[in-house]
Design a protein around this ligand. Structure first.
Ligand SMILES: Nc1ncnc2c1ncn2[C@@H]1O[C@H](COP(=O)(O)OP(=O)(O)OP(=O)(O)O)[C@@H](O)[C@H]1O
Ligand SMILES: [Mg+2]
Length: 286
């Protein structure tokens, strides 16, 4: 007998209870409900970030590539890390974070107030962080590699091709069964790659390769101005923008969804807050 006894939430994690061979079994649900609407985990990749899933129709489109754009200090790294950590802890989905700018020690230190417990997640084998930040300095320089984090193979010796980087990411994803990946950040790829094509084509190649593996990808960009001719806007399925207003009645941090293919998303500008022990939360202002 195999009875599905229904679903419920534990700490906002969708759980289903089944009775099989005289045993009760708890597992992650394939379906959950948000504001009375049924959300299918096969199509949707919930971020678990308070307030964000609601404004993107339940979560990010599964297996697609989302650009997270914002000026420096707007909260991109925190938001993307929350997406990966929640994926592991709430939805049983392993993840990869590629650091191209900030080194691992600084990254961990900056995130300390939010208690993401990066070390424990790494040790569980469900989180892999790849520190490629030394490419910022120069790929030819010999720098000491930290041993509590992974690095890209041969990165210190030479520039890498996009294919080499992507192959390593896909092999790592397969190894841990990753469903989510973050690249922080895309413009810094320039320091790492031996270009064989235009940046646009390099990003398109990475984008399609990650999608082919059914990874839901968040690519970060700190490009200062949102230019309509910017390549990332065209090669990603969604664009989330973070901004910081320093003057006027709307002073503070905000988030809005500029584009999210196939999703009924909010068209409003929402206030964004940092919360100790949580990370970012998105408010539902109209
Ligand atoms: N508890 C907090 N309250 C208010 N602001 C905070 C808090 N914690 C972090 N911040 C702000 O968040 C910023 C860091 O966020 P994060 O590293 O995610 O930004 P980022 O967009 O990735 O920046 P960068 O482009 O420099 O990498 C800090 O510079 C600080 O301004
Ligand atoms: Mg950052």
């Amino acid at each position: 007998m195999n009875d599905n006894l229904g679903g419920f939430f534990i700490y906002s994690t969708p759980i289903s209870l089944t009775y099989t061979d005289r045993r009760f079994k708890l597992s992650y649900s394939k379906v959950f409900y948000m504001a009375g609407k049924e959300i299918d985990m096969e199509d949707t990749c919930p971020t678990g970030i308070p307030g964000l899933d609601k404004i993107v129709g339940g979560g990010l489109p599964r297996g697609r590539t989302i650009l997270l754009r914002g000026e420096f200090g707007t909260g991109k790294t925190i938001l993307a890390t929350q997406f990966i950590c929640n994926g592991i802890l709430r939805y049983g989905e392993p993840g990869i974070i590629v650091l191209l700018e900030q080194n691992f020690a600084h990254y961990k230190k900056d995130l300390r107030p939010f208690k993401f417990d990066i070390d424990a997640l790494q040790q569980s084998g469900k989180l892999v962080i790849i520190d490629a930040s030394m490419s910022k300095m120069s790929t030819s320089g010999k720098l000491a590699l930290a041993d509590d984090v992974r690095h890209l193979p041969s990165q210190q010796e030479k520039f890498m091709t996009t294919k080499e980087v992507v192959d390593y990411l896909l092999a790592t994803a397969e190894q841990i069964g990753a469903k989510r990946i973050v690249v922080d950040n895309i413009p810094a790829l320039d320091n790492l790659l031996r270009r064989t094509r235009s940046t646009r084509d390099e990003v398109i190649y990475m984008n399609y390769s990650l999608q082919a593996q059914d990874l839901t990808s968040v690519l970060i960009s700190d490009t200062l101005k949102d230019r309509s001719d910017d390549i990332e806007n065209y090669v990603t399925d969604g664009v989330i923008v973070l901004e910081y207003n320093v003057t006027g009645p709307d002073t503070g941090r905000h988030i809005y969804i500029k584009k999210m293919r196939g999703t009924e998303h909010s068209e409003n500008i929402h206030t964004l807050r940092f919360k100790k022990g949580v990370g970012i939360e998105v408010l539902e202002n109209e």
